[in-house]
Design a protein around this ligand. Structure first.
Ligand SMILES: Nc1ncnc2c1ncn2[C@@H]1O[C@H](COP(=O)(O)OP(=O)(O)O)[C@@H](O)[C@H]1O
Ligand SMILES: [Mg+2]
Length: 360
């Protein structure tokens, strides 16, 4: 449903508008004369729409460019709930921006719902719904009008748009706010309105950029319920977040990104299993717990095994892999396993091991 190949984005310099031209050069607004261009031999800008090029490509001094995304390869399947997890500045919004045609990539390719992001952007936009990082309803319109105007933009009749809007507002528990000004809505209600707007034209893919930032825990849970339902209905969802727990709870698969680089991509379970460090295996035993612990301590991959009451606590560097051997060791000591609990390493542990830093 979504594929990116070596997708890259470099924000050149900063502080003034640029747009990339088909020839690969950079067009500057008329009259623009940034400092780095006035150096000897710099291209001249003369008149409206003038093209500034030096043999095809031009670049500002080193240190001013920001490589927001570096050769990103992703493959997201139809119906998947896919998460982009990373700290602030990782490149999440840039990735969503490119996939939703709001940001132009500087290298690589991307396709969404069968459309190339730059060759077929008009059709692409019809096939996607976007919930931006900050709610951006039209504050001059009430709740229902926001949805109906959006419907008109996608060619829906007023009656059809109203029907769909009422249906979505009902599902998202804000039907009683149809005539409210959007400013009268809570943060959680505004975010739900944004999701309703994104879904009104029945897109194949829903993109959400950090949808729960700033919401209180209750509003966040309400949003999770909505997202889970959309996923259960078969919708393809791509969500960014810097909350590990959220990514872990909601997503089928996750891409962990940092500083524009893809660090890992897998299911939350497999990612957690890749995390180094220690799985705590708590085993309740019937019989001689001390003898059982002594044998558990000799199991390969187990760094320590201690007794607490009738439990053996083993620290495993190989996750659950050590479990069968632990059970054999306990039985070998003449004891019996009555209960067992594993606490896995977290995505946080994995992130720290990959980057040397914490996620938040
Ligand atoms: N329009 C822009 N112009 C220049 N730099 C930008 C722009 N947007 C984002 N960046 C930079 O690109 C990097 C990635 O940003 P972003 O994609 O917003 O990350 P995230 O959403 O993960 O916080 C950051 O270093 C950010 O400062
Ligand atoms: Mg962002």
């Amino acid at each position: 449903m979504i594929e990116t190949r070596a997708l890259g984005k470099v924000y050149l310099g900063s502080g003034f508008a640029r747009r990339r031209t088909p020839s690969g050069g950079v067009a500057l607004p008329a009259g623009a004369s940034p400092q780095w261009m006035s150096a000897a031999g710099a291209p001249r800008v003369s008149g409206p729409g003038a093209m500034a090029q030096t043999g095809g490509r031009m670049s500002p001094p080193r240190g001013m460019d920001i490589a927001a995304l570096v050769a990103l390869d992703l493959n997201i399947k139809e119906g998947e709930f896919f998460g982009l997890l990373g700290p602030n500045g990782a490149g999440k919004t840039t990735t969503i921006g490119i996939l939703t045609t709001r940001v132009r990539a500087t290298s690589g390719d991307a396709w969404v719902a069968g459309c190339h992001v730059s060759d077929n952007d008009v059709e692409l936009r019809r096939r996607i719904g976007v919930v931006p990082q900050r709610p951006n309803p039209d504050r001059g319109l009430n709740v229902l009008e926001n949805l109906v105007f959006h419907g008109a933009y996608f060619g829906l009749s007023t009656s059809e748009a109203t029907r769909r809007a009422m249906d979505l507002l009902g599902k998202f528990d804000i039907a009683d706010r149809v005539a409210s000004s959007v400013d009268a809505l809570s943060g959680g209600q505004q975010q739900r309105l944004m999701i309703a707007r994104a879904l009104l034209h029945e897109p194949q893919v829903l993109f959400l950029d950090e949808p729960t930032v700033g919401l209180d825990p209750q509003a966040r849970l309400a949003l999770w319920t909505i997202l889970r339902q959309l996923h259960a209905d078969g919708r393809t969802i791509v969500m960014t977040t810097h909350y590990m727990h959220e990514a872990d709870e909601l997503c089928d698969r996750l891409a962990i990104i940092d500083r524009g680089q893809l660090l890992a991509c897998d299911t939350p379970e497999k990612l957690r299993a890749q995390a180094p460090g220690t799985t705590v295996v708590e085993i309740e035993v019937e019989g001689d717990a001390a003898a059982a612990a002594a044998r558990c301590g000799a199991v390969p991959g187990v760094s320590s095994a201690t007794v607490s009451g009738n439990s053996v606590r083993a620290l495993s560097d190989r996750g659950g892999e050590a479990v069968p051997a632990l059970i054999r060791a306990i039985e070998g000591a003449g004891a019996r396993v009555t209960n067992m609990n594993l606490s896995s390493p977290s995505l946080e542990t994995l992130f720290v091991s990959l980057t040397g830093r914490r996620l938040d």
